[in-house]
Design a protein around this ligand. Structure first.
Ligand code: FES
Length: 422
């Protein structure tokens, strides 16, 4: 491995014409280059981790070519010394040394799906502490170990513990119907970091937050259990961000949740974009205690998936979408309905998907199982894409009718005035 020094570098700069000084960056993330929350982007310390670039709701951060010359600094990787340019992330430094990082599990030496410091899937032992390679700046004399110790307890950022009146995609419709704003049916927590970049993300304050202190699976399971006891519900859920990005963490979380809640009434629910789940991962989750799952199917065509998720890499988008469909079929064929409950989410907005494609989605799902619960989610702009209108209840009724015409029997539609159906 040899350090590369003559590269083109980028840095992030605040575009004051677009910045509305909304305060989102000050409240939700620490600039890793500065080591503190700041609205300004200081080009002389920017490590181009791109957290601010991905997270700014008003897209008021631009990446520009850095013209300031960079010194080389020494880092130790598994005890060997290397020279790398200063002012870059550990991930970038290791890439210069020939190490590969991937956005799909096991396709590269290190899995780095969120790249915003939320999931800790890319955590390495950096100066003796587990830190995410994607947002940690290199410094002279840094010691990096590529393998975490066997007894390492996984961590990731989790927050938003709360009771919920309607549950999520993987909540059965007959339980959703029991909920109201005076009656909770589920408690939930949210995992930070996502491998997608949906411009209309409705949980972006959690997805991009890198301020919250990371939790072990045991801490998160104990907190969620305390919420269950406080609110007197049987269902415990995790959503995101994307919970599946850190596999070791999620498996331990469900094991611990089950250990703390051994009663027959307890239900353990995962809502997921399903893009990186594999059959062996699903098997392990079910063995760990998972009872309910809500995979989201963001389209049938790759172009639609790209429009919804903000993923620009066609090959990656194709792989994620194909995987989400394959794993949904795997869940239905192997576990539904005897072993687990599966409820499928389909984001709908005429701006993002045609009724024709929605019909094809319905036909494909109907060929898997006519009884499967399908929940149409009325996508509305929260994060970016503010010109997109929320679908009206009538548009959602029409979309639901299209799915019912394919033979599907259990179709719910989320609308601004509540759920319609089944
Ligand atoms: S990929 Fe680095 S924290 Fe998620």
């Amino acid at each position: 491995m040899q350090a590369e020094s003559k590269h083109k570098f980028y840095v992030c700069r605040r575009n004051s014409d677009k910045c509305l000084e909304c305060g989102f960056c000050l409240e939700n993330f620490i600039c890793p280059g500065m080591g503190k929350a700041t609205i300004e982007r200081y080009e002389t310390v920017c490590i181009d981790c791109q957290v601010c670039f991905s997270a700014c709701p008003y897209e008021a951060v631009q990446r520009i070519i850095d013209i300031v010359p960079r010194r080389e600094i020494k880092i130790l990787v598994d005890g060997k010394e290397f020279l790398v340019p200063e002012r870059i992330t550990v991930k970038k430094a290791l890439e210069f040394l020939g190490l590969e990082f991937g956005k799909f599990p096991n396709e590269a030496k290190i899995f780095a799906p969120c790249e915003t410091g939320g999931c800790f899937a890319c955590a390495l032992l950096i100066d003796g502490e587990p830190k995410p390679a994607c947002i940690t700046p290199v410094h002279n004399g840094m010691e990096i170990k590529l393998e975490l110790p066997d007894n390492f307890v996984p961590i990731r950022r989790i927050s938003g513990f709360q009771p919920h009146p309607v549950g999520g995609v993987g909540t059965p419709w007959w339980i959703k119907q029991r909920g109201s704003y005076h009656h909770y049916i589920e408690v939930a927590c949210f995992a930070h970091g996502c491998n997608l970049r949906c411009p209309q993300c409705q949980n972006y304050t959690i997805t991009y937050n890198n301020i919250t202190k990371p939790m072990t699976p045991h801490e998160a399971a104990a907190t969620l259990t305390a919420y269950r006891n406080k609110y007197g519900v049987d269902r415990m859920a995790i959503s995101g961000g994307e919970p599946t990005l850190n596999r070791k963490w999620l498996i331990e979380f469900f094991r611990e949740l089950k250990r703390l809640n051994p009663d027959k009434e307890a239900r353990f629910h995962l809502d997921t974009n399903a893009t990186i789940l594999t059959p062996d991962y699903v098997d392990e989750l079910i063995e760990a205690g998972l009872t309910d799952i809500g995979p989201d199917l963001k389209g049938l065509r790759t172009e639609t998936f790209m429009r919804i998720t903000g993923i620009f890499d066609y090959g990656l988008a194709q792989k994620y979408l194909k995987n989400a469909w394959n794993i949904t079929k795997y869940l239905i064929d192997n576990y539904y309905p005897e072993k687990i409950f599966v409820g499928i989410g389909i984001p709908y907005n005429p701006y993002l998907m045609s009724l024709e494609e929605l019909r094809e989605i319905g036909e494909k799902l109907a060929s898997f199982d006519l009884e499967i619960q399908v929940c149409l989610l009325d996508y509305f702009p929260t994060f970016r894409r503010r010109n997109m209108k929320r679908p009206s209840p009538n548009q959602m009724k029409t979309a639901r009718k299209v799915l019912l015409e394919t033979g599907l029997k259990t179709v719910l539609a989320q609308t601004e005035i509540g759920h319609i159906g089944p």
